[in-house]
Write a protein that binds this ligand. Sequence first.
Ligand code: LLP
Length: 417
Amino acid sequence: MDHFRYQDNRLHCEQVPLDQIAASVGTPFYCYSRATLERHFDIFRNAFAAVDHLICYSVKANSSLAILDLLARRGSGFDIVSGGELERVKRIDCPGNRVVYSGVGKSAAEIQAALDHDILMFNVESHGELLRINHLAGRMGRRAPIALRINPDVDPATHPYISTGLRRNKFGIPHTRALELYRLAATLEHVTPIGLDCHIGSQLTTLEPFVDALKRVKHLITELRHVGISLKYLDLGGGLGIPYDAQQIPPHPERYAQALLNELDGLDITLILEPGRVIVGNAGILVASVEYIKDGEEKRFIITDAGMNDLLRPALYDAHHTILPVMRRFDREEILADVVGPICETGDFLAKDRILPEFNPGELLAVRSAGAYGFSMSSNYNTRPRAAEVMVSEDRFTVVRPRETIQQLMEHEILFS
Ligand code: LLP
């Protein structure tokens, strides 16, 4: 459930009409609902209440400081993948013991910064990274807490670009080599193996792949105990999908938690989860204005002021996002159309071959389910300033990131002399 609803045929975020925000901040803008965000976090966290656990929201899904801050205040920890994301969680005063660090290419500087912040653990993705962390921790007179990220070779049955747990993916350490690498880690002077990590992909819509992966790593944890390596944490990553349309409804977080907890039964370990999309995806929308209606020979194009630089998901993954008029009218005809942006690429679309109510130039439309991997993947392609971000709480809204200016885009550029 979310808090984007029509009241008197005007689409609202909580109690604020979206056209009122548009009149004040212009378009395009991202709009987040605080109540939805907090509700999704609470549902997810409560689903795991029966066991020791830490929710580490995956910063990459939406790294707005306002969102991170609201989640931190509710007790969330964070899953980071870069030095930049580390700086963001430091900015909101999140203590290191609520931060896990994932990613295949951690640089030396990033590792040092994370050691300095005393993070909970590094999710190590390769032999080389293990040795690098050991070396750097030694130089700093420290011991680094680590987990190995295990690639369980399980098919998450999602879009190939966002599947990570298959043998052919670049992520993690093959489960067949895990034991050997844990044994090595246990002999290194400046790392302490404290956990095991596994993330198999994103936008999963069934539970089986999660359970299959858990079976594999559970077996490993038992084997490790037999050789004297006793782990405190099991990090199961993120990946639970959200409904982008009515056709595919992923399992509710409670069913997801139940499936994992059933499988975990008897394993004495603290669980870490790294949800991103399921927390923030349906807590955000993108609002755009229609610039032109153009009738091609085959179909109609609704040309908006938001493009693939604002929301890349349709172009990159052929992702479906529901599109709604901000002002609902029942006298509109339905038409077949593409909703496209102003970018000079054929791949620049927000929706393709979609049956939509007729729009007129100047009207506002809302692209739903845009809270995750929306703003965080946006760019300045075509020298377009990134959209404003707005947070709504009940009957008030705050611009949490103003629209970029063209001046800002060129600020640090230098002419060659
Ligand atoms: N943990 C790790 C190690 C991850 O790589 C990810 C996402 C997550 C957690 C959070 O996954 P989530 O709960 O959000 O599914 N840009 C793509 C999604 C890329 C996901 C990358 N990793 C999209 O727009 O669909």
